[in-house]
Design a protein around this ligand. Structure first.
Ligand SMILES: [Zn+2]
Length: 272
């Protein structure tokens, strides 16, 4: 008997999915022979019709008269199960770890050994100390202003990928920036607290952010103290995202306070 995860009473369509999950690719004739053997008293025409229906529904795909389960459908089912699990876990209060939540919700996946966001956007993870030192060296060589510019340009490239792969509305306001803020927190860029967040329709704005829990800044504070310039790079990245997703016009973050100078948080401000 075919193993069926849903229930005892199988419909012909369910049976075809189970057949193809167990063995593939198969021709319509072979599918027909198997379901007959499994006790379905149906005509070849009925099997063929059911397969056609499953193709229309996106469950089954066809290539050269061979049928198989559509891999995209499997991905969707997987995502559905992951989301269901993460929601259940969150409700039960067992796990509040953001890293796990993002992985479980299927936003981040590992495909053929590579990390992808939204299924398509390539990611790498960096060791934080090496990253902090690299930024500091670039900043010392080129100057703090140039480091900000580099961060800004990197942020712009990142933002256009976020918008493309995440289907975010460019300059879409808070709805578009939220997934970015979640991701920045997830990758260790800290969680910004908005002390002032004024945004006009024409992009005029006043933002005052406080940044905490950022491993790069904390490492730089320890290693370079008041000489640290790494915040410039991060401010450049944040500025780019503010413009691309939030719709801020002529953003330019300036640092009022810095953890590297012994304060409990960094405070960044942009006004236009
Ligand atoms: Zn700082």
């Amino acid at each position: 008997m075919l193993y069926h995860p849903v229930g005892k009473e199988k419909s012909l369509k369910d049976a075809i999915i189970v057949v193809l999950a167990t063995e593939h690719p198969l021709t319509a004739k072979k599918i027909y022979n198997i379901v007959k053997r499994e006790g379905f008293n149906v005509s070849y025409h009925a099997v063929y019709k059911a397969v056609k229906y499953l193709i229309e529904q996106g469950t089954v795909s066809m290539e050269n008269k061979d049928y198989r389960i559509n891999s995209r459908w499997i991905e969707n089912v997987k995502r559905f199960i992951n989301t269901f699990e993460s929601v259940s876990i969150a409700k039960e209060g067992i796990e509040s770890n953001y890293f796990k939540k993002l992985l479980l919700s299927g936003l981040f996946t590992i495909e053929r050994g590579r990390i992808k966001l939204y299924g398509n956007m390539e990611w790498i993870l960096n060791p934080a100390t090496a990253y902090a030192c690299m930024l500091q060296e670039i900043g010392e060589k080129l100057g703090a202003e140039e480091l900000y510019e580099l961060g800004y340009r990197a942020g712009k490239r990142g933002a256009s990928e976020f918008i493309k792969f995440g289907n975010l509305k460019p300059k879409g306001g808070w709805e578009s920036i939220q997934p970015i803020l979640d991701t920045l927190e997830f990758i260790g860029f800290g969680k910004p607290k908005f002390v002032v967040a004024k945004l006009e329709k024409d992009g005029g704005h006043h933002f005052l952010l406080r940044i905490k829990d950022n491993p790069i800044i904390e490492i730089a504070a320890k290693k370079f103290g008041a000489k640290s310039v790494v915040c410039n790079w991060l401010m450049g990245v944040y500025t780019a995202h503010g413009e691309a997703e939030l719709g801020v016009k002529n953003g330019r973050l300036r640092e009022n306070k810095c953890m590297c100078k012994g304060l409990p948080y960094c405070e960044w401000e942009s006004k236009w």
